[in-house]
Design a protein around this ligand. Sequence first.
Ligand SMILES: O=c1ccn([C@@H]2O[C@H](COP(=O)(O)O)[C@@H](O)[C@H]2O)c(=O)[nH]1
Length: 240
Amino acid sequence: MQGPLIISLDVSTRGDLFSLIDKFDRDEKLTVKIGMEFFYGEGPQIVRDLLDRGYDIFLDLKLHDIPNTVKNGMKQIGRLGVTFTTVHALGGSEMIAEAKQGLVEGAKEAGVPTPKLLAVTELTSITPEGLANEQNSKLSMVDQVVSLAKLAKSSGADGVITSPLEVSALKREVGDDFWYVTPGIRPKDFPKDDQSRTASPAEAAEYGSSALVVGRPIIKAADPVAAYHKMLEEWEDAKR
Ligand SMILES: O=c1ccn([C@@H]2O[C@H](COP(=O)(O)O)[C@@H](O)[C@H]2O)c(=O)[nH]1
């Protein structure tokens, strides 16, 4: 993938999306995330357009349905040529395995590389209290995330989406040969918004995140390009 800092393009229209990415230098190597806000409104053409610009794409639709439905949905996603895509780990082992199979089949038919399948563990907006009281989990947040990551790995996923706060435990318990892609990234001076389990880019680097997902701290910044480079530098400095 191009760059460890994935920009989450959480906007609704092509106009908003291009006015944002046109601020970046055309030969800047970027990985960008398209989520449900844009995709439900504008559909898959944007993936082709961004691929034409040479970007790597993370298509984050977080599928969660019965295994057959997810497999067939993933077959379509597999054809697009994206680098990453997502399911919810809570969909279970059969759903995750079928998701992977769908991606493999779709990519093979289209002659493109198979996207990496990332399973969302517990959303970064979920608090430990929410996990206990709304999901009735008896596990701590970290144990819950480790348990879902083990399930995802044994079912064929390539990695998980989780908060940076759980990554050190995940690396110990699930291994280094797995992607730990972490949203919930907040520079020290930026509000948490609806995120709960957050960390700065430097902290995420220290915990061992494989890649960061950043939306509002970049796309709402007065200067998105400067905000992107500042966070990237913070990450790179912490890695040295
Ligand atoms: O657990 C999760 C899974 C996905 N996300 C997505 O990442 C971005 C984060 O945006 P910010 O504006 O930086 O908060 C957003 O698209 C989410 O859908 C997540 O935050 N947490």
